[in-house]
Design a protein around this ligand. Structure first.
Ligand SMILES: NC(=O)c1ccc[n+]([C@@H]2O[C@H](COP(=O)([O-])OP(=O)(O)OC[C@H]3O[C@@H](n4cnc5c(N)ncnc54)[C@H](O)[C@@H]3O)[C@@H](O)[C@H]2O)c1
Length: 310
């Protein structure tokens, strides 16, 4: 197979490129580098199966030759990024998804959308099954990301139903691992970098809000299985083991051997109180189950950040 991966210079897109190449496929990576970095695919330069095209997918997408899959991962994804880039986030979720679907339709390729648990907003159902429609504030600051992804899901289903495009939608829950950016504002990278620098760990609110953290190799495995499956409805992929943010902070301090203490800051607007995937569907339809426990995943991630932060 030859697949296009948008957002290939990002955290998840680069790991996904590695996986497709390891499975013997060809990868065309596309990215405008707005939040990603060429460092993330530097190891693939010279690999005959890999090609990189620098392009903003909110503009018309052209790829020469056969394309069997279009995996649309381009989008600012961390709260810091999408709050700084609200219009670009809305554009890549709407126009970018439209363009990526257009390419899939023209090439007869399978389309795969990277959606998010943020479509559930601040959920009133816990854990969140795919059948839950969510609780999103469309006009709050986070609405730019949440609503862009909700639109992306809607246009994906519309192209599936109306044009017969072969589509898949994954709802990704918090994922962490090597190649996250220091300072990208995500809780795991924030805490690790702060701990390695022996700076205070910034916990928002009282730290009792929960998150479930999926290690990147587990997530990529779920995505790969979903891509190859027949399931067209949205599918949650994430680790259902739930931790409070306070517990995460304490684990990071312990595993890094840091002298950092925990510092409390006000909760950001519309910050979800709880977040935990119901993965019944992924288990039964994909035979997928996360394999990496939080402590093991944190250790691998800490090793990566130790090389960057000194
Ligand atoms: N990491 C997570 O925990 C998580 C959770 C839910 C959903 N997701 C989704 O997964 C995808 C990848 O997220 P990530 O964590 O790798 O983020 P990332 O910021 O590391 O990667 C996103 C990539 O998309 C690129 N990009 C953004 N706008 C673009 C545009 N208009 N044209 C071309 N490239 C563009 C960026 O330069 C970057 O390389 C996103 O769609 C995100 O919404 C991620």
């Amino acid at each position: 197979m030859r697949v296009l991966i948008t957002g290939a210079a990002g955290f998840l897109g680069s790991h996904l490129s590695d996986r497709f190449l390891a499975e013997g496929h060809e990868v065309v990576g596309m990215d405008n580098l707005i939040t990603g970095s060429p460092d993330n695919f530097a190891h693939l330069i010279g690999n005959p199966g890999f090609q990189f095209i620098r392009h903003d997918v909110s503009n018309f997408i052209y790829v020469a030759g056969q394309v069997d899959g279009v995996l649309h991962f381009a989008s600012p994804a961390s709260p810091v990024d999408y709050l700084e880039l609200p219009i670009q986030t809305l554009k890549v979720g709407s126009l970018g998804t439209h363009n990526a679907l257009g390419l899939a339709k023209a090439k007869g390729a399978r389309f795969f959308l990277a959606s998010t648990s943020e479509v559930y907003g601040d959920p009133q159902v816990h854990p969140q099954p795919e059948s839950y429609w969510g609780h999103v504030n469309p006009v709050g600051p986070r609405g730019v990301y949440d609503e862009a992804k909700r639109f992306a899901e809607a246009i994906t289903m519309a192209c599936h139903r109306y044009h017969g495009v072969d589509t898949r939608i994954v709802r990704i829950f918090n994922t962490y691992g090597p190649r996250m950016r220091p300072g990208d504002g995500r809780v795991v990278s924030n805490f690790i970098v702060q701990a390695l620098r022996h700076e205070p760990l910034t916990v928002y609110g009282d730290g009792s809000q929960t998150r479930s953290f999926c290690y990147v190799s587990d997530l990529v495995d779920g995505i790969y299985r979903l891509f190859l499956s027949d399931r067209t409805e949205p599918t949650n992929v994430g680790n259902p083991n739930e931790f409070t943010v306070q517990q995460l902070a304490e684990a990071v301090i312990r595993l890094t051997g840091s002298r950092s203490r925990i510092e409390r800051h006000p909760l950001p607007t519309d910050d979800p109180r709880v977040r935990k995937p119901d993965i019944t569907v992924a288990r039964s339809v994909l035979g997928w189950e996360p394999a990496v426990q939080l402590e093991a995943g944190l250790q691998r991630t800490i090793e990566y950040f130790r090389r960057l932060v000194s």
